[in-house]
Design a protein around this ligand. Structure first.
Ligand code: PBG
Length: 329
């Protein structure tokens, strides 16, 4: 007998103990990567207007935040730099500065923590005056010279002690070039988390505010980031990155791309991550601050959805708050 009234799906939902028993995905602090914005302004925490609750942190504050993350059981943090416009130039040379904001912060955090992974973006856009993720030749973002520069930048970050480098540029061949450079320099244990399927998304708007890149460019990275309409292409991007030596793959943005995450996890069985980006953060916070949604429940529901879709972890600005709530359960 498998029909109503013999079959009543509500039976398993009747009580908390029973719901816990049949629950299929569980979110824990182990799933969270705290995306942290750092600044070289020398000032104390500077709020990012479009991301209420997110501050640009000085190096000292980032160290305190990193210790806090470790205490909360968050396995890793990911750093995103806001640098003085005076150090930006056309080819993002600051990405190679071994004493720049990111390497300094990595060294300080590694010295102050013992069991916290430090992930850094390998990217030129925080350091280029035009805000693109590559070196421009005329109007074109030049793939191959950008890849060379990214491989050098990855080495600088690995030397500083980064545990994971995360190329976020979407140039062709960058994962392979970074892997070869790391191996040649003896950094054989540095992991590569590749922004494998990164879409040309309008959801990055507040991020460009956070790290101070040219807003004139928003939405104009379509010659390298993926078309939001595409699905099969994500499979090809990931296949390529796996062959080139990625240890972990990432999909970005997050919630609007859960179909991609689920498919990639099924197809490749790779450690798979989602980036819940700045615009997703801003939408939830805007509605919460208006009293239109329940902030805590919506945040935890969104993070659980990533687990249900097959994610091993989520890069999120909500990480410290979520970890705190999870520890209180
Ligand atoms: C670019 C980069 C971006 C983000 C992380 N790395 C923006 C972009 O591609 O324009 C976005 C993060 C966010 O929106 O939270 N290297």
């Amino acid at each position: 007998m498998s029909e109503f009234p013999h079959l009543r799906l509500r039976r398993n939902r009747k009580a908390d103990w029973s719901r816990r028993l049949v629950r299929e995905s569980v979110l824990t602090a182990d799933d969270l990567i705290w995306t942290m914005v750092i600044s070289d302004s020398g000032k104390a925490a500077e709020p990012v207007p479009s991301m209420p609750g997110v501050n640009r942190l000085s190096i000292d504050e980032a160290v305190i935040a990193a210790r806090h993350a470790e205490k909360l059981g968050i396995p890793a943090i990911a750093l995103f730099p806001h640098v003085n416009p005076a150090v930006k130039n056309a080819d993002g040379a600051e990405a190679l500065n071994a004493d720049g904001l990111v390497p300094e912060t990595v060294r300080a955090i590694k010295a102050a923590t013992s069991n916290l992974g430090v992930i850094v973006d390998v990217a030129l856009d925080p350091f280029t005056d035009h805000g693109h993720d590559g070196i421009m030749i005329g109007e074109i973002i030049d793939n191959d010279s950008t890849v060379e520069r990214l491989a050098e930048a990855a080495l600088v970050l690995a030397e500083a002690g980064a545990d994971v480098v995360a190329p976020s540029d979407m140039m062709d061949g960058r994962v392979g070039a970074i892997r070869v450079a790391l191996e040649a320099a003896g950094h054989k244990d540095v992991q590569i988390m590749s922004y494998a399927a990164k879409y040309a998304s309008a959801f990055y708007g507040p991020y460009r505010d956070a790290i101070g890149t040219s807003t004139a460019l928003v939405g104009d990275k379509r010659t390298y980031q993926m078309d939001p309409a595409n699905h099969s292409e994500a499979l090809r991007e990931v296949a390529l990155d796996i062959l080139e030596g990625a240890d972990m793959i990432m999909v970005k943005p997050g919630l609007p791309y859960l179909d991609i995450i689920a498919r990639l996890k099924d197809e490749y069985a790779m450690p798979t991550f989602a980036f819940q980006v700045s615009g997703e953060y801003a939408m939830i916070m805007a509605a919460a601050q208006n009293g239109w949604i329940d902030e805590k429940r919506v945040i935890l529901e969104s993070l659980t959805s990533f687990k249900r879709a097959g994610c091993d972890g989520i890069l999120t600005y909500f990480a410290p708050r979520a970890a705190q709530w999870l520890s209180e359960r």
